[in-house]
Ligand binder design. Structure first.
Ligand code: NAD
Length: 260
């Protein structure tokens, strides 16, 4: 379905982004991977993804908190592939502390990576999408783009910002063949959440299994984690012709979290 198209997925060396990249590659898209991690492991992922799917996969180590590196990453992708047709803005970090104890530098960093990078990638990729008359921008927001939790000032502010940016991007690209939507997942078991589960187990002096159950029970009535593959499958749908009039939407994949 995506043969001949190119997808750039930010933060795709791990977790949700990696799952989305696998899913898009399986549909025939060339992939630009991005994110941090062990160089050998990233090269293994890149090579396997390319060989398994018969597509071209490249990797950029651009830091999503640095606008000049973001611009360069998108320019390089356009130079190599002709355009970025599917842009998935997924890179993100978490930091938890009460607002009066929240490190101001950490606040800036979370907003830069979780929100600002979505602007900079979109700003750089849209002109070519317009030229080609087709494009898909998918912003990975969060249930925390719609509701709040205590201690997550920067993350919640950034993710609400991502939902707002999604709506403006959608309005600014109507009648152009481009859509922009936000996916708002609930808990997905990735390194980002595993850290929070381990912290919870330590604080409550309980097993990791118990902490996992408590984490889900507190927010996600389905009592099961969302998977990166489920989010990837929704990205594929958003890339289809059938989804051409879905734009500016906040798609909840959250096991009932925000229905409460
Ligand atoms: P993760 O920690 O597994 O992956 C994050 C990715 O972002 C990694 O590839 C990492 O290298 C990359 N990254 C971090 N800082 C970066 C930077 N400065 N520049 C470039 N890349 C950077 O986390 P995840 O859970 O897969 O999260 C992915 C996205 O999904 C995030 O935006 C997160 O907020 C969102 N999300 C996660 C959950 C969840 O429960 N895991 C729920 C809702 C939304």
């Amino acid at each position: 379905m995506l043969n001949g198209k190119t997808a750039l997925v930010t933060g795709s060396t791990s977790g949700i982004g990696l799952g989305i990249a696998h899913t898009l590659a399986a549909q025939g898209a060339n992939i630009v991977l991005n994110g941090f991690g062990d160089a050998d492991e990233i090269e293994r992922i890149r090579k396997d993804m390319a060989e398994k799917n018969g597509v071209t996969v490249t990797y950029s180590d651009a830091d999503m908190s640095k606008p000049d590196q973001i611009q360069q990453m998108v320019e390089n992708a356009i130079q190599q592939f002709g355009s970025v047709d599917v842009l998935v803005n997924n890179a993100g970090i978490q930091h938890v502390a009460p607002i009066d104890e929240f490190d101001p530098q950490k606040f800036e960093q979370v907003v830069q990576i979780n929100l600002n990078h979505c602007f900079h990638t979109t700003h750089a990729a849209l002109p070519k999408m317009r030229e080609k008359g087709w494009g898909r921008v998918i912003n990975i927001a969060s249930a925390h783009g719609l509701v709040a939790s205590k201690g997550k000032a920067a993350y919640v502010a950034a993710k609400h910002g991502v939902v707002g940016l999604t709506k403006v991007t959608a309005l600014d690209t109507t009648q152009s063949g481009i859509t922009c939507n936000a996916i708002c997942p609930g808990w997905v078991k990735t390194p980002l959440v595993e850290q929070q589960i381990e912290k919870k187990a330590q604080e409550q002096n309980c097993s990791v299994q118990q902490a996992e159950h408590d984490l889900l029970a507190e927010k996600q009535p389905a009592l099961e984690f969302v998977t990166p593959e489920q989010i990837g499958a929704y990205c594929i749908f958003l890339c289809s012709e059938e989804a051409r009039t879905i734009t500016g939407a906040e798609v909840k994949i959250d096991g009932g979290w925000t229905a409460q």
